[in-house]
Every structure is written in C-alpha cells, then in structure tokens.
Design a protein around this ligand. Structure first.
Ligand SMILES: Cc1cc2nc3c(=O)[nH]c(=O)nc-3n(C[C@H](O)[C@H](O)[C@H](O)COP(=O)(O)OP(=O)(O)OC[C@H]3O[C@@H](n4cnc5c(N)ncnc54)[C@H](O)[C@@H]3O)c2cc1C
Length: 412
C-alpha cells in the first residue's frame, strides 16, 4: 500500500538505506553497507533465506558451466574470481568474516562414463578456470568412486561447497540489531513522492504497533518477492523472470558426495549432487542439475521415480537400498533475459532512489553487494549515523530451516 503523508505521531527511525529481503544477497549487502559507514535496516517478510538461499546447493561456482559450453566470456572471467573472494572471507581475511560458516567440502568431482572424457580434458586445460578440473588417478580414487568401474573418468575441481543455514547465520550475526521482521504486504506502507522518490516506510506489526523509517534509499533484494515490491513502487515489475527447479532430496545411509555427473547430449550436468548430514545423523543429498530443470512438469512422485532411475544410471556401483526421497519446487528469481535464458552476471538497476537487485547465483552475492554500494555512493548518498531507538523492540526474523529438516516433509 502507498500513501504520501508523513505521520509525525508514529515512532520514527532514520537510516541511509532500507533493504527488503534477507537471503544471501540482502545479508551480504547489509554487512558491506555497515562496513562502509552507512546506517541501514533490513526488512524480512519470512525467515532469512526462505526460497532460493536455503534451497541452494551451496556451490561457489568458478565457471565450470561456462567451460562446458565453451563460452569463455566476460561472465566466465567474472565468476572465476568468486571462489577466491569467498575463500578469503571463510579464512577470516576477506570483506566479511565468514569463519563461522561451514565448508562442507573444499572441492567437487566431475564424473562420466564413456565418450565425454576428451571434452572434460579440453576444458580441464582452460586458462579461464582458476579451479580447472584435474584428472583423478585411477589408483587413488576417493569414496564413493573407489568402487567405480575403470571406464568412469573422474576429475577434481577445487570449488568450495557451503552449508546454507550456517552461512545465513554467519551473515546474520554481525548485523542482528538491524534486522526487522515485517508483516508483508499488509503491514508495509510506502511514503512516496509523485516523482517516485521513497521518503519513508511505515511498518505495522501483528500486535498493531507502528514504526516509521525515514530513508534516502531503498534496495530490493527479496528474490521472487522483488516482483510485487517493484509493482507496488511503480518500478518496472516486468523486469523479473522465474526459472523453476524441481529439486530432489535423497536421504539414507549414503556417502558424502559433491559433484556433477556429465554425459548424454546436453552440455548441462545430468545430476549435480551436494551432501549434508541431517540432525538425525543420516546423509541427505540435494540433487539438482538437468534432472531438476526437466522435472518441473513432473509430480513429486514422478520426479522422485525419475531421480531413482537417474541415480542408478549415474552411480550404478552405489547401494541405494536404504534411501527415501522427497522433492520440492523452487523458483530461481532473476532479471528477465531474451527467451528466458540464464543470466550470466549479477543485476542491479536504480530507478529514482530504489535499487532492484538479483545476484543470479549465490557465488555472486559479494560482487552484487559491491556493485550496489558503488551505486549508492555514486548517487551522492553520504553515510550518516543510525537513529534506530524507535525500532529497538521490533520483532526480529529467524534463519530459515533447511528443507530436509522441515517437520512436515513427506519422504517416500
Ligand atoms: C535449488 C537451487 C539451487 C541453487 N544452487 C546454487 C549453487 O549451488 N550455487 C550458486 O551460486 N547459486 C545457486 N542457486 C542460486 C542462488 O541460490 C540464488 O541466486 C540466491 O540464493 C538468491 O539469493 P537472494 O538473496 O537474491 O534471494 P532469496 O534467497 O530468494 O532470498 C529472498 C529473501 O527475501 C525475502 N522476501 C521475499 N519477499 C519479501 C518482501 N516482500 N519483503 C521482505 N522480504 C521478502 C524472502 O523471505 C527471503 O528471505 C540455486 C538456486 C536454487 C533455487
């Protein structure tokens, strides 16, 4: 909802920047803006990371996908830098301290059966990839490839994989005092001038209390939620596209596996698998790749059946007796591309004092935050001290629960 009258009776806070949405993009940005001296609040409609970030497979890509399709572009070079930026943060020497995050694996494998080995060899030699895959000696194969037949080629790639809930927690902690839970859309009103300038945002919580936040700039990092926020603010709401994925969670007595099965006619990995240990001690595989892309028209049961078949085909030497499966649909929210193609770079666009942003990949969150900080600086907005006294008892958001820990999730 929108109105343009200021309400002097409502408790008022003042900050330089208001961020909507606390997934990896919004949380990275709030940390960067704080380090740059800007006063901020981040408004979250649900739990932090709900949607894409908590479902993410956690891979800090360095460009393998581009190398597979042979596109050695500016985008490939940009993403090749990202694992190094993240590693610096994970080691405590980067722009954000992520030493509290968990690296599930510091590498992944690529594996295939026949015929694809020469292509793998070609991009393994690529100069663009900083984490270029290296062939794994057949005499020193790690689990679960130690039982694989000799025809299976295996490459190792030094791109890290992170646990999402712990990453969200590591990003939340340093800025916890500026995160506010909102009741969206009913509990949010914008005070907007006729030229589109947002002057303030008025919040109402479930108990009926109000809070007004006066600001110089609004940043939308709400993932799929950006679409309705853009419409509400009169910013081009047609700028977003959704590309759904039908992920499969596979639970049981399984080895930890981080990797991509390459093969078939497509350039895309048939399966991309990352692993976590669930709270009950069992292993969970988060399975994506081509299976998740082509599976969007399948019912949950059909998708789980397709996943069982694909696992047997891709890892025939692994024992899948104990597994139970569950699936979930999640939209990738991105800037609109011609023909609905995959965007290759992060996106941020300013209209008046509203910036709309999507990282397009978890790996690009630092790059996006850097771009948005530069846009705010170049808009002439100067850092000022926060005035957040009025917000001090406002409800705060929690971190999203990983999909495999949801108490009502059904497994077949
Ligand atoms: C299944 C899957 C696997 C992926 N795996 C990888 C991977 O391995 N590596 C990689 O680099 N990328 C991966 N990605 C892409 C990556 O996850 C996303 O690009 C990234 O998480 C997007 O983050 P975000 O913060 O923009 O959005 P989100 O994570 O969707 O966060 C948006 C936040 O905004 C909140 N929100 C929504 N509406 C509103 C509103 N109106 N007001 C306030 N808050 C609101 C939501 O509750 C949420 O907390 C994957 C994506 C999917 C779907």
């Amino acid at each position: 909802m929108m109105h343009d009258e200021s309400n002097a009776n409502v408790p008022t806070a003042r900050v330089d920047v208001v961020i909507f949405g606390g997934g990896c993009a919004g949380l990275w940005l709030v940390n960067r803006l704080t380090s740059a001296g800007y006063s901020t609040v981040l408004l979250e409609a649900d739990a932090l990371g709900t949607g894409q970030t908590i479902w993410s497979q956690g891979i800090i890509h360095g460009g393998m996908k581009y190398a597979l399709t042979g596109e050695m572009t500016r985008a490939a070079r940009m993403i090749a830098e990202m694992p190094g930026v993240w590693r610096d943060c994970l080691n405590g020497g980067g722009e954000i301290d992520l030493t509290a995050a968990q690296v599930l694996s510091d590498h992944q494998y690529l594996w295939t059966s026949k015929g694809i080995a020469s292509k793998l060899g070609a991009f393994a030699a690529s100069k663009v990839l900083r984490a270029a895959p290296r062939p794994v000696d057949s005499a020193a194969r790690p689990a679960p490839f130690d039982d694989a037949p000799p025809g299976v080629s295996i490459y190792r790639m030094d791109e890290p994989v992170l646990a999402m809930a712990l990453l969200l927690e590591a990003l939340r902690r340093p800025c916890a005092q500026v995160l506010l839970k909102i009741d969206e859309p009913d509990g949010v009103q914008f005070e907007q001038a006729s030229d589109g300038l947002v002057r303030a945002i008025e919040l109402r919580d479930e108990a009926g209390r109000s809070l007004r936040i006066v600001t110089s700039c609004v940043v939308l990092t709400a993932g799929a939620g950006n679409e309705s926020l853009c419409r509400l603010l009169g910013v081009d709401g047609e700028v977003m596209q959704r590309r759904p994925l039908h992920q499969v969670l596979v639970k049981g007595r399984l080895p930890m596996l981080f990797g991509h099965c390459i093969g078939g006619l497509s350039d895309k990995p048939r399966l991309t698998i990352t692993s976590v240990q669930a709270r009950d001690g069992e292993t969970v595989w988060n399975v994506g790749g081509e299976l998740a892309e082509v599976g969007i028209a399948r019912s949950p049961n059909e998708q789980c059946d397709a996943c069982r078949r694909e696992l047997q085909r891709s890892l025939p030497w692994v024992d899948f007796e104990s597994i139970r499966l569950s699936s979930g649909m999640v939209d990738r929210a991105e800037p609109r591309q011609p023909g609905g193609r995959r965007p290759d770079v992060p996106f941020a666009k300013r209209a008046c004092n509203v910036i709309t942003a999507w990282p397009t990949k978890l790996a690009f969150a630092p790059r996006l935050a850097g771009d948005v900080v530069k846009m705010i600086e170049s808009a002439g907005i100067k850092p000022t001290a926060p005035d957040l006294e009025a917000a001090k008892d406002w409800p705060v958001p929690s971190v999203a629960v990983p999909p495999w820990e949801e108490f009502d999730r059904e497994w077949t």
